[in-house]
Design a protein around this ligand. Structure first.
Ligand SMILES: [Zn+2]
Length: 151
């Protein structure tokens, strides 16, 4: 999944007023922003156009059993809409919810999935990740550095 929702100011402004899981979005933003103390994710404001927004949907298109699915709006990267899959999301633990949002925010930064070999276990951006919490692995940090170079 190749998405880069970071704007020209190297920020990603999120609108999460329309999801019932905003508390997890907030926690996930903090997790990424804390990696090296530079704020990338911000809550959007009235005067800032959002780069991505979250919405809840019972059965998001193409999501099958996944916790979340991302859909590009208007066929461009200008605004990315994340549909929270409520069928799945309502039945998982708080840690899994938080982890799912941290993972999806990683895609907004332009990070792809990290390999699924055993050596890669423990990374937030492992595509099999369900409950690694919000601690990042070395491969996550490396991938963030590579993505940052493209913003
Ligand atoms: Zn993913």
């Amino acid at each position: 999944m190749g998405i880069d929702a970071v704007d020209s100011g190297k920020k990603c402004d999120l609108d999460y007023t329309k999801t019932s899981y905003g508390v997890y979005v907030n926690a996930a933003m903090g997790a990424w922003n804390n990696i090296n103390g530079s704020v990338v994710f911000r809550k959007d404001t009235l005067t800032v156009l959002e780069d991505a927004k979250f919405k809840d949907q019972a059965n998001p298109p193409g999501s099958n059993s996944r916790a979340m699915a991302a859909t590009l709006v208007n066929g461009s990267n200008s605004t990315v809409t994340f549909f929270t899959n409520q069928m799945n999301h309502s039945s998982v633990s708080d840690v899994e919810r938080k982890t799912a949002v941290v993972h999806e925010l990683g895609h907004l930064l332009g990070i792809f999935h990290i390999g699924t070999e055993n050596a890669c276990r423990g990374n937030v951006m492992d595509e099999m990740n369900r409950a690694y919490g919000i601690s990042f692995g070395l491969d996550d940090i490396y991938a963030l550095g590579k993505a940052r170079a493209t913003w």
